[in-house]
Design a protein around this ligand. Structure first.
Ligand SMILES: Cc1cc2nc3c(=O)[nH]c(=O)nc-3n(C[C@H](O)[C@H](O)[C@H](O)COP(=O)(O)OP(=O)(O)OC[C@H]3O[C@@H](n4cnc5c(N)ncnc54)[C@H](O)[C@@H]3O)c2cc1C
Length: 408
């Protein structure tokens, strides 16, 4: 395959890491990066933490030093959205009507917040995905005397709750499930995090259903009105794949790829030169024998680079590498550091293998069949990280317990 021009769609973490990897791997052709936001690539985790708290300003969250952008020798098309892809002509159409041809392409369009009905109509209702979202929300909670209602006790919702509470606001979290973070941690460990919020004065209400947004606040199923000054909707994200509709690229809650991150066509065959990375992508992770779509920082960074390397490898008739990481994410809420390695599923057995919940420092291991599936650390960063090799080596449950038994 002739590879003269690579187009990266999405100018955030995965897209930037893809562009950087193209250059560090020696690609000398043209690189064009298309990004819907006006901003240069910036880091999202601080948006719900230090930036939202007012401790950091936007210049602290740049993903590359401003003076080092030129070194990459990339053509940035910022403030431009890709609206269609034509695989036959190998061209992408932008929202200003122009087209950009490509030999290779990395799709890194990430995800956007799910919304409630009529959300846009209410000025006091916010979401948090972008720097602009964070700036708008910060202005509403900075005074510390508001009632902030967060809908959804996922990671972002809980981080917003913690930051808003630490600023002095009254905070209520509304969650439809039996505990916070059920999807990420399971109900038992999710409840531990919920109790940590309650201890800081956050009112965490589980098993509640939001009927609709109201100009006075949030109306629950059953008629209760929760009056609030600020509402934050944190009910998850959906991958930005709409622009690929009708292109022949297979999408199913994400761009569907093979083990090497190469996108598949509608009929299941890999598409030459087309790769994906980050929150937008779903692929079969051979280490866990499971198809997954991750919404974690480390994955987006590593996958961006891996997609670029595999694109270059195939163009050079070399073997691409399957992408087989141990998934990892962290979350900071109040003074607590939450970390998770591997996977969790509702059927997993969960055992506290080191430390104790009562002491506020522990490691919990997740068991699936006879295998270690995941490791959750609550204020226990060293212990969590020591489980990485067990997960990478597909350790048995007994082997994993043996490793954790040595922690003190
Ligand atoms: C508030 C917040 C806090 C977080 N905290 C943590 C954390 O503590 N730990 C952790 O592990 N992860 C965290 N994450 C998740 C992490 O930031 C994401 O996994 C990561 O940003 C994904 O990067 P990405 O490049 O795949 O996608 P994104 O960061 O979503 O970027 C995609 C980019 O593509 C652009 N785009 C979309 N469609 C188009 C189009 N058609 N044309 C052109 N451009 C387009 C978007 O505007 C966006 O700029 C957090 C995320 C948020 C929002």
């Amino acid at each position: 395959m002739e590879l003269d021009r690579v187009v990266v769609v999405g100018a955030s973490l995965a897209g930037l890491r893809a562009a950087e990897a193209l250059r560090t791997e020696g690609f000398a052709g043209e690189v064009v990066v298309i990004g819907a936001e006006e901003h240069r690539p910036y880091d999202r985790p601080p948006l719900s933490k230090k930036l939202l708290a007012g401790e950091w300003e936007a210049d602290r969250i740049q993903l590359r030093r401003p003076d080092s952008f030129d070194e990459l020798d990339v053509e940035w098309r910022l403030g431009r959205t890709a609206v269609a892809m034509d695989l036959e002509r190998r061209a992408i159409t932008l929202d200003d009507g122009t087209t950009v041809g490509f030999d290779g392409c990395v799709v890194a369009t990430g995800a956007r917040c799910r919304r409630l009905a009529d959300q846009e109509r209410h000025r006091h209702v916010h979401e948090l995905r972008s720097l602009d979202d964070a700036t708008a929300l910060r202005a509403q909670i900075a005074s510390g005397d508001r009632h902030v209602v967060v809908i959804g006790a996922g990671f972002i919702g809980l981080e917003v709750a913690a930051t808003a509470r630490a600023l002095g606001n009254r905070v209520t979290v509304l969650e439809g499930g039996p505990a916070p973070l059920v999807r990420g941690l399971g109900a038992e460990m999710g409840a531990v995090v919920g109790r940590a919020h309650a201890a800081e004065g956050v009112d965490v209400r589980c098993d509640v259903t939001v009927e609709r947004l109201d100009k006075r606040g949030v109306l629950l199923d059953g008629g209760e009105l929760i009056e609030s000054d600020v509402v934050v909707v944190g009910i998850g994200v959906e991958p930005n794949t709409g622009w690929l509709e009708g292109s022949g690229v297979r999408t199913r809650d994400g761009v569907v790829c093979d083990e090497t991150l190469r996108a598949l066509s509608d009929d299941g065959t890999p598409i030459e030169g087309l790769y994906a990375a980050g929150d937008v992508l779903r692929w079969p992770n051979p280490l866990f024998d499971e198809e997954m779509r991750l919404e974690h920082w480390t994955n987006a960074a590593e996958q961006g680079a891996a997609a670029a390397r595999n694109l270059l490898a195939v163009a050079a008739d070399a073997e691409p590498e399957p992408y087989a990481p141990v998934p990892f994410f962290w979350s900071d809420q109040f003074a607590h550091r939450i970390q998770f390695l591997g996977r969790s599923s509702p059927d997993d057995e969960v055992v506290v293998a080191a430390g104790s919940v009562d002491d506020g420092k522990f490691l919990a291991l997740y068991r699936s069949g006879d295998r270690l599936h995941g490791a959750f650390g609550f204020n226990a960063p060293r212990w969590v990280m020591k489980m990485r090799s067990s997960l990478a080596d597909r350790a048995s449950w007994d082997e994993a317990l043996g490793v954790a038994g040595g922690f003190s």
